[in-house]
Design a protein around this ligand. Structure first.
Ligand SMILES: C[S@@+](CC[C@H](N)C(=O)[O-])C[C@H]1O[C@@H](n2cnc3c(N)ncnc32)[C@H](O)[C@@H]1O
Length: 180
C-alpha cells in the first residue's frame, strides 16, 4: 500500500526489501543540510530566501505509518505490539492534532525569509474523521496573510486513498507569500 499502518491479508508478498541510496544533490551555490528537529524549533534558527512547507493534512500520524522505514534508518529493533505489530508511538505531531492551526501560525510567524511557499489540499470536507484536514483554508490564509501578500494556485489531483472516502473535486493548493 506504500505505508505500514496494517498488513494486507491473504496476499503472497515477497519478503525482500531493497533500500537504494539517493544521489545527493551537489551545488557550490546552495547549502544543504537535513534536520530531524521539530519544524517549529528548527525554523527559529533559519534565515533564508524561500521556505517551502508541506505539513501533514490530517490526524494520521506519519510516525505510525512509516515506522518500518524509520526503524531501518535508525537501525533499531523495538518491541512490537498488537495485530499490526507496531512499536510504541514516538514523534507524534501537533500538526495532526486540533492544535494544528496554532502550531502552524507559530511556525509562520517565526520565519525569517523573503518568500513562504505552502502546499496543502482540500480534504477538510472528507467524510472520514481521520482524513479530515486539521486546518481549514481560512486558517492557512489567516496565518499567511499576517506575513504579506498571499497568492493561491490550485490544481485538480487524484488523491491517494486506501479507505472508503470518496474525494470528489480533490485539489492540491499552493500558497505563495511575499514577506513584508
Ligand atoms: C505531507 S508530508 C511531507 C512530505 C514531503 N514533502 C515529501 O514530499 O516527501 C509531512 C511531513 O511532515 C513531517 N512532520 C510532521 N510534524 C512535524 C513537525 N512538527 N516537525 C517536523 N516534521 C514534521 C511528517 O513526518 C511528514 O514527513
Amino acid at each position: 500500500m506504500g505505508h505500514y499502518d496494517a498488513y494486507i491479508k491473504g496476499h503472497d508478498i515477497p519478503d525482500t526489501f531493497t533500500f537504494d541510496l539517493i544521489a545527493p544533490y551537489k551545488s557550490k551555490k546552495s547549502l544543504i543540510f537535513i534536520s530531524r528537529e521539530d519544524s517549529n524549533e528548527f525554523a527559529k534558527k533559519l534565515k533564508c530566501d524561500i521556505v517551502y512547507i508541506d505539513p501533514p493534512y490530517n490526524s494520521r500520524q506519519y510516525s505510525r505509518f512509516y515506522h518500518v522505514l524509520e526503524n531501518i534508518t535508525c537501525w533499531r529493533k523495538p518491541e512490537l505490539h498488537g495485530v499490526a505489530l507496531k512499536p510504541d508511538p514516538e514523534n507524534m505531531s501537533d500538526y495532526c492534532r486540533n492544535k494544528a492551526k496554532i502550531v502552524f501560525k507559530e511556525l509562520i510567524d517565526s520565519l525569517d525569509c523573503k518568500y513562504i511557499v505552502v502546499s496543502y489540499n482540500n480534504t477538510y470536507e472528507s467524510k472520514s474523521s481521520s482524513s479530515k484536514n486539521k486546518m481549514t483554508l481560512e486558517d492557512i490564509e489567516t496565518a499567511l496573510s499576517a506575513r504579506g501578500e498571499v497568492q493561491q494556485f490550485e490544481t485538480s489531483h487524484n488523491f491517494f486513498n486506501a479507505g472508503k472516502t470518496d474525494f470528489n473535486d480533490h485539489k492540491e493548493l499552493i500558497f505563495i507569500v511575499k514577506v513584508k
